[in-house]
Write a protein that binds this ligand. Structure first.
Ligand code: GDP
Ligand code: MG
Length: 713
């Protein structure tokens, strides 16, 4: 004989629990009390298709936090007695509020069935539910019921039996994503719990960690570890500092975000029902027609801010490095060929200084992104893109890692861990580098003002970013319908409530980015700059060549009659010598060897060496252009790098540089992290080769077409 199925009925007060309990059990019930508390315990029995069931009517609760005896009783029953099925009776005419309990039940990992009760009321109020979607979002069957009329009871029984017999299969615990800060604290607590609390596995480490961060006294007492309590204090303080609200508020916000996202996707309403301010903003911002234009418009705003506010401080930093280059050069006599002087002035000030110049742009960009993120808008952007990506058959949740990619591809690739489907994950990982990362910004900030008039600055930057997004989506689509064909599962995109970002949180986020940038400039970029300087300086001219230039100079000294012309003639010989020296340097030789590949894109060997350097880290492109152009100059610091570029290249070449840098593989770190996260060299090399080839093809096409059409030459 099969054992009895134990079914627990959970739900908000007045959702119709008792009504359904009575429907199922008829007269076979008895009432008692839960031990030690005055909370009523009702149990009953029933039989359906030969299966015996014991049904427990849990006390009505809005939540599973330990605010009341009812909540503790309900939650302990679910976690400790492990019923075979938990049925959440939901008042579906009041769906969002009722789903809060459903989310928490889902997080306990209990085998769940959702009864959308009061579905008569819901229909009367004009709601239509996409039952299929809800059941995917909550990873549980959903049944529509009308309790007092007994409608849907057979279907409910069927699903209860189905879930109960699926019980033995390992359940995929699904959880709300609480955002970077909370998630990292949760992970910390989880590993501590595993070490300190023997019952961790019974409760689930993640569930316990979340409860602790919600300051759940009941759980704290059960664990009873001072060490864990201390860590909870620290974590809570950190989250509060970063988010401007205590973790429990933030956690509740994320849960409502999940619900809100699910309802946006799966509830249609024939009557206007939105009332909160968040809802009203959302009805505009996530509007099917306006959503994407608003997203693109906000991006544009961010970029014009980056340039207009960034320009003056950038000028000051530029002037500072020009001045310090002059001061350092002044330590040596005029025309000195000292290697140390060249290293300091050309290699370090020209290279690293050239990168630091763009710190204001970086700070401003990340200031704006932090505001968009902390206010809750970024979640909307992901939500809008989710819809678009669904339409073209892609996984929507991929867009969150892609948004992270605006900062840096490395954490973005790590963020693909939230995608459970390996195919989705690989596709996202491979295309994430097309989202223009922060390290490319200095390249755009160098090129755009050099070649384009003021009014074009923000639009140009916007175009580059949009090209990146479009290419990412397109490549994902291509990969998804070729190498990675297959179904994808819908996910809930969370829509947390809007919040006023705290000034402090935004500043901290901005500064973290800025500091990373400076640190990178002071370490990896400094190192590579010195290496590249050496490659552009050595081996130097062979003796006879050097002597030839010396002789020429001397003969000018002796022969030119007009004293006024002498300095100019000598300078031009000096320039020719420098040019020859560069051409025969190691970097020059490598660059020249690459010319057949570079030419179709309109690049010369100097750009070529900078592009190779950029593979170590994108900012190196700027550094190397600074080095090449200051090593090649006889007089120090007379012009800014941008002026030199403007004299040497056309706007079309400038655009092509940006395009190539945007599309080609961002840096070694990205390839390395792809290797680690995909656990295969194959995909890492595929990414490297794929992006490089794509970059080459697109840039060459644009350059050739631009040339033919006479645009920007
Ligand atoms: P409980 O607090 O969750 O146990 O809720 P009850 O079972 O006591 O039900 C509360 C009220 O809702 C009662 O008056 C029920 O008759 C009514 N009710 C239960 N199910 C439905 C339903 O599906 N539709 C409507 N319109 N009313 C219902
Ligand atoms: Mg009741």
């Amino acid at each position: 004989m099969q054992s009895k199925i134990v079914v627990a009925l959970a739900g908000n007060p007045n959702s119709g629990k008792t009504t359904i309990f009575n429907n199922l059990t008829g007269a076979r019930q008895h009432v008692g009390n839960y031990p030690g508390v005055t909370v009523e315990k009702k149990e009953g029995f029933c039989e359906y298709k030969g299966r015996e069931m014991r049904i427990v009517d849990l006390p009505g609760t809005y939540s599973l936090t330990a605010y009341s005896a009812e909540e503790i009783v309900a939650r302990n029953f679910i976690i400790e007695e492990k019923p075979d099925v938990v049925v959440d009776i939901i008042d579906s005419s009041n769906l969002e509020r009722n789903l809060y309990l459903a989310v928490q039940l889902m997080e306990t990992g209990a085998p769940l069935v959702l009864a959308f009760n009061m579905s008569d009321e819901a229909r009367a109020r004009g709601y239509e539910f996409d039952i299929e979607k809800f059941s995917q979002f909550f990873n549980a069957p959903v049944v529509k019921t009308v309790g007092h009329k007994g409608e849907g009871m057979d279907e409910l029984m069927e699903e209860i039996i189905a879930v109960a017999s699926r019980r033995s299969e390992s359940l995929n615990r699904f959880s709300v994503n609480y955002g970077d800060e909370l998630e990292s604290e949760i992970t910390k607590l989880e590993s501590m719990l595993r070490r300190h609390f023997p019952l961790t596995d019974q409760y689930g480490a993640r569930w316990l960690a979340v409860k602790l961060l919600e300051k759940d006294r009941d759980i704290m007492a059960r664990i009873g570890s001072a060490e864990i309590d201390e860590q909870v204090e620290r974590s809570a303080a950190y989250v509060e500092k970063m988010a401007g609200e205590p973790p429990e508020t933030s956690i509740a916000g994320s849960r409502y975000g999940f619900i809100s996202g699910a309802c946006q996707e799966a509830v249609r309403s024939t009557i206007e029902i939105r009332h909160t301010i968040s809802d009203r903003i959302d009805s505009v911002v996530t509007n099917r027609v306006l959503g994407i234009p608003i997203f693109l418009g906000l991006m544009y705003l961010v970029f014009s801010l980056t340039f207009t506010l960034g320009d003056p401080p950038m000028g000051w930093i530029e002037d500072f490095f020009k001045w310090s280059g002059g001061v350092v050069a002044g330590w040596w006599p005029e025309g000195s060929g000292s290697l140390l002087k060249s290293l300091l002035v050309d290699g370090i000030i020209g290279g690293v200084g050239g990168v630091i110049v763009f710190l204001p742009n970086i700070l401003l960009l990340f200031f704006a992104i932090a505001i968009l993120e902390d206010s809750g808008y970024m979640a909307r952007a992901a939500f809008i893109m989710d819809r678009l990506m669904h339409k073209i058959g892609l996984h929507g949740k991929s867009f969150i890692p892609m948004l992270v990619g605006f900062g840096c591809s490395v954490p973005a690739i790590m963020a693909t861990r939230t995608l459970e489907n390996r195919r989705d994950r690989l596709v996202t990982m491979l295309v994430v580098p097309l989202m223009s990362c922060g390290a490319r910004l200095p390249i755009y900030a160098l090129i755009i003002p050099a070649f384009f008039p003021q009014v074009w600055h923000a639009p140009m930057l916007w175009i580059i970013y949009v090209i990146g997004i479009l290419l990412a989506i397109l490549s994902a689509k291509v990969l998804r319908s070729t190498i990675f064909r297959g179904e994808s599962i819908p996910f809930v995109m969370e829509l947390p409530p809007y919040r006023m970002p705290t000034f402090r949180g935004v500043l901290i986020h901005m500064w973290q980015r800025g500091w990373l940038y400076l640190k990178k400039a002071g370490t990896i970029i400094l190192g590579i700059s010195i290496l590249l300087w050496a490659m552009t300086t050595f081996p130097g001219l062979p003796d006879e060549e050097a002597q030839r230039f010396e002789k020429e100079k001397q003969s000018v000294q002796a022969s030119v009659a007009d004293e006024k012309d002498k300095p100019a003639s000598i300078a031009s010989i000096e320039d020719a010598r420098k040019e020859e020296e560069l051409r025969t340097s190691i970097a020059g030789r490598i660059g020249h060897a690459l010319e057949p590949v570079l030419k179709p894109m309109g690049f010369d060997w100097k750009i070529g060496t900078a592009l190779i350097g950029a593979f170590a880290a994108k900012e190196v492109f700027v550094a190397q252009m600074g080095i090449v152009y200051s090593v090649g100059e006889a007089d120090e610091g007379s012009e800014t790098l941008r002026e030199k570029l403007k004299d040497n290249y056309s706007p079309l070449v400038g655009f092509c540089i940006m395009l190539f840098c945007l599309i080609s593989a961002p840096c070694m770190a990205t390839i390395a992290i792809t290797r680690r996260e995909s656990n295969s060299w194959k995909w890492a090399l595929f990414q490297l080769a794929g992006l490089t080839v794509l970059a080459w093809v697109i840039t060459a096409i644009v350059y050739q077409a631009g040339g033919l059409l006479g645009i920007g030459i």
